[in-house]
Design a protein around this ligand. Structure first.
Ligand code: ATP
Ligand code: BTN
Length: 230
């Protein structure tokens, strides 16, 4: 049976993540037309005007290499967008970029024994706040899309990829993710305290970033990276 056999479609919600967190027994995909308090990692806000796709779903099953879930979900978004004709990149560890701008963010939060996976995709938005380097499917192609179709095509990709992750682990995705990796072979800054500078060389078998720094190879488990000099 499909993992996604039940769908809740809301006009407005604070955050689809919180909607699911507050309903421990709900085992459905939750979508909203808009969110009033959409969020990303570290409590940063996710701009959630009408026109985008905002969804969350719970996952209770055992997966191999569970820490790679954000990457595998981001890859699923890339595959869906590529079927529509977009060229995509993955910004480690949870963002999808098109034409140098962010089009999607993935957020995975753990609550007791289940993970809540949240995805925001910019579909038909025509503008964003000036300081937000974001883009949408509409802004790239000049066409409007059915948000419901985007959702169903995406769930299809996620379904297949989660089965593969469960059975084979991250090694089944490593190459597909590496070839879409933003900043590969470029000098990046890892924003830790103190910051680390290095060339992004690879993605490890566990989904971690491999940086070549002045002190040698460094495996990066978490954090934000940006291009040096940007
Ligand atoms: P970043 O996008 O800053 O590189 P990130 O993947 O770590 O980093 P989060 O920390 O989860 O992102 O925070 C979400 C960030 O996404 C916000 O700080 C904001 O810059 C950006 N953002 C918010 N809303 C949108 C949107 N609708 N489309 C694209 N980007 C957005
Ligand atoms: C990121 O950019 O790092 C993650 C953004 C995640 C946004 C989605 S929209 C649906 C779900 N509900 C939320 O409040 N956040 C996620």
């Amino acid at each position: 049976m499909s993992r996604f056999s039940c769908l809740v479609w809301l006009e407005e919600v604070s955050s689809t993540q919180d909607f699911l967190k507050e309903r421990e027994d709900l085992n459905c995909v939750v979508c909203a037309k808009r969110q009033t308090l959409g969020r990303g990692r570290y409590g940063r806000s996710w701009h959630s005007d009408e026109g985008g796709l905002y969804l969350s779903f719970p996952l209770q099953e055992e997966l191999k290499d569970e820490q790679t879930l954000p990457l595998v979900v981001a890859l699923s978004v890339c595959q869906m967008l590529e079927d529509y004709g977009f060229l995509t990149s993955i910004k480690w560890v949870n963002d999808v970029y098109v034409m140098g701008k962010k089009i999607c963010g993935v957020l995975v939060e753990k609550l007791k024994n289940r993970s809540i996976v949240g995805i925001g995709i910019n579909v038909n938005q025509r503008n964003f706040p000036q300081d937000l380097p974001a883009t949408s499917m509409f802004l790239v192609s000049g066409k409007e899309y059915s948000v419901a179709c985007v959702l169903f095509f995406l769930l299809d990709k996620i379904e297949v990829n989660l089965d593969l992750l469960k059975e084979e682990g991250f090694r089944a995705f490593r190459e597909d993710i590496k070839k879409r990796l933003l900043f590969l072979d470029q000098e990046v800054i890892l924003h830790t305290e103190p910051p680390v500078v290095g060339i992004l060389k690879d993605i490890s078998e566990e989904g971690y970033l491999m940086l070549l720094t002045a002190q040698g190879e460094k495996k990066v488990v978490s954090g934000d990276i940006t291009l040096r000099g940007s």
